[in-house]
Design a protein around this ligand. Structure first.
Ligand SMILES: C[S@@+](CC[C@H](N)C(=O)[O-])C[C@H]1O[C@@H](n2cnc3c(N)ncnc32)[C@H](O)[C@@H]1O
Length: 506
């Protein structure tokens, strides 16, 4: 797992150009496109971050509301017959609610931030403009703690030191505040990646002292209640993987709640969570429009099942199956399920398995397939299954096979068939009211990797099995050239050959 390249700046004046998150329209090109282009670029939607160029998080300083890649995406979709591609600019600063940061340097001068491009030198980014301001505030508190308690940052060359990485996740869901104040007052779940095997190791006193420091100075009894909770993750491996497989909740609330897509969701620090909470909410609300009421849905690459559960609640799906490889997402899924309205009657299940193994078994029997793969795009076996779906007459087995197992470096990832079966969760009716032979009519592809999306999209379209109906972009990562895409494909019905065509063939 690589360190999320990213960024920010603390309680600074937020620049006036915040493009409305509800403005899901194609924005006009910036006014610099004329002869005045040679003049200084407009600062209205500029990053204005002191760390730009030293930090690898942001690659673009100007026109944050419209990354250059949007032009390419517009042309790409137009060439495929979709001329109404929309782009939602979302929040431009302070959008990152989830950050993984490296800790290096010394206890007197800790460096907390991201690697300088192409190196393992950490750049301190106390004023990052992408981070939610309270992430920066929590980082500053932690920096103070490191100095006061003489905590040693990790030394990669020697393998020594105490604190390796941090994960900061902001919950903006606090029902005791008016809705308009919740985002600004978000609280931070701090995960300290500690260089020891477990909580009994020799440096655990320091870990507890640092956690107590954060809680005393940022917890409910401090002047500013900034810290939601403190967790420890234990990691001693010398590779680049950020997290080890042992997590401990130390202080504060154990459960972390957020409200997106019309539901309360729980996210443990070990589960995948979207970094841009607000933009994700916009995307989910758009997604709802493409799923018919009562549909049966397969949510592939589901994480803690946020997409599937949001659909179950909002579209009264008759069945939702979530497929996810990381077993750590299961407790979050279960907690979210517990808070769903009682009125949900359909069948909901979460399966801890690899989508790439026997993908047809998840695809057949569903009306709508939602895929939200990692940046590298869809697994080849899933692409194949989708490309040939119309010619399949398959009885879904709802079983995974242990063949095809790929090498997996992350120890907490579960890939064994038997354990996968045990790790499934079923809520509601056991047998869904779905036609086991029916084929999906709709495929919704959510992508954070533009290059892999283009490739997968072309592979789907050249099969003639699918055509593209709609596409929307979301500014999930302002300051970069990455966008999140939501593309809606419809299955092409095979045209019956006319007598004339049949004759011609003979
Ligand atoms: C971009 S995240 C999306 C998660 C979720 N849809 C959400 O929005 O919270 C991709 C997810 O796919 C999972 N994943 C990666 N490869 C997988 C595979 N072969 N089978 C199932 N899940 C996989 C990752 O663990 C991760 O949770």
């Amino acid at each position: 797992m690589s360190l999320y390249t990213i960024p920010f700046r603390p309680p600074c004046p937020i620049i006036a150009c915040r493009v409305s998150s509800s403005l899901a329209v194609t924005l006009p090109s910036p006014p610099t496109a004329t002869a005045t282009a040679a003049a200084l670029p407009s600062l209205t939607c500029a990053l204005q971050c002191p760390h730009f160029e030293t930090c690898s998080g942001c690659t673009h300083e100007f026109n944050l509301h419209r990354p250059i890649i949007v032009e390419e995406a517009t042309d790409f979709f137009k060439s495929l017959g979709v001329s109404d591609f929309t782009f939602d600019s979302c929040r431009l600063w302070g959008w990152r609610c989830r950050a993984k940061l490296a800790v290096r340097g010394s206890s007197e001068n800790p460096l907390i931030g991201l690697y300088h491009e192409g190196t393992h030198n950490v750049v301190d980014i106390p004023q990052c403009k992408a981070h939610h301001p309270n992430i920066n505030a929590a980082v500053e508190l932690l920096r103070q703690g490191i100095r006061e308690l003489n905590i040693e940052p990790y030394d990669e060359d020697q393998g020594t030191g105490d604190l390796r990485y941090l994960q900061m996740a902001v919950t903006t869901y606090n029902t005791s505040l008016p809705a308009a104040e919740r985002y600004r007052n978000g609280r931070v779940q701090v995960s300290l990646v500690w260089n020891s095997r477990n909580e009994k190791s020799s440096n655990s006193d320091k870990l507890n002292a640092l956690a107590n420091f954060l809680w005393r100075n940022g917890g409910p009894r401090s002047n500013l209640h900034l810290i939601h909770s403190v967790w420890a993750n234990f990691q001693t491996s010398t590779n680049n993987i950020i997290f080890g497989n042992r997590w401990r909740h130390l202080l504060g609330e154990r459960d972390f709640w957020e409200h997106v897509g019309g539901i309360d969701i729980s996210l443990d620090p070990s589960s995948f969570g979207q970094a841009n909470t607000r933009a994700f909410d916009n995307l989910l609300r758009k997604l709802h429009k493409y799923v018919p009421y009562g549909a049966s849905v397969a949510d592939l690459y589901a994480g803690a099942g946020v997409i599937g559960l949001s659909l179950a609640a909002n579209k009264k799906c008759r069945s939702v199956k979530c497929i996810e490889i990381n077993k750590e997402s299961k407790p979050s899924f279960e907690k979210t399920i517990d808070r769903l309205p009682n009125s949900i009657e359909g069948s909901i299940s979460w399966h801890n398995t690899d989508t790439s193994i026997d993908p047809l078994s998840w695809v057949v029997g569903s009306d709508v397939i939602v895929v939200d793969p990692p940046r590298k795009g869809l697994d080849a076996s899933l692409i194949d299954a989708l490309r040939t779906i119309s010619s399949h007459k398959v009885k879904p087995s709802f079983k995974s096979s242990s063949s095809n197992i790929k090498e997996e470096k992350r120890p907490w990832i579960l890939r064994e068939k038997e354990r996968a079966k045990e790790a499934s969760v079923q809520v509601g009716r056991e047998t869904a009211l779905e036609d086991p032979q029916s084929l999906p009519q709709t495929l919704i592809y959510i992508s954070c990797g533009w290059e892999s999306f283009k490739k997968d999209c072309k592979a789907l379209l050249t099969s003639k099995c699918w055509h593209l109906e709609k596409a929307h972009g979301f500014n999930f990562f302002p300051g970069t050239q990455s966008i999140e895409v939501l593309a809606v494909f419809k299955r092409s019905l095979k045209k019956k050959k006319t007598r004339k065509e049949k004759k011609k063939q003979l």
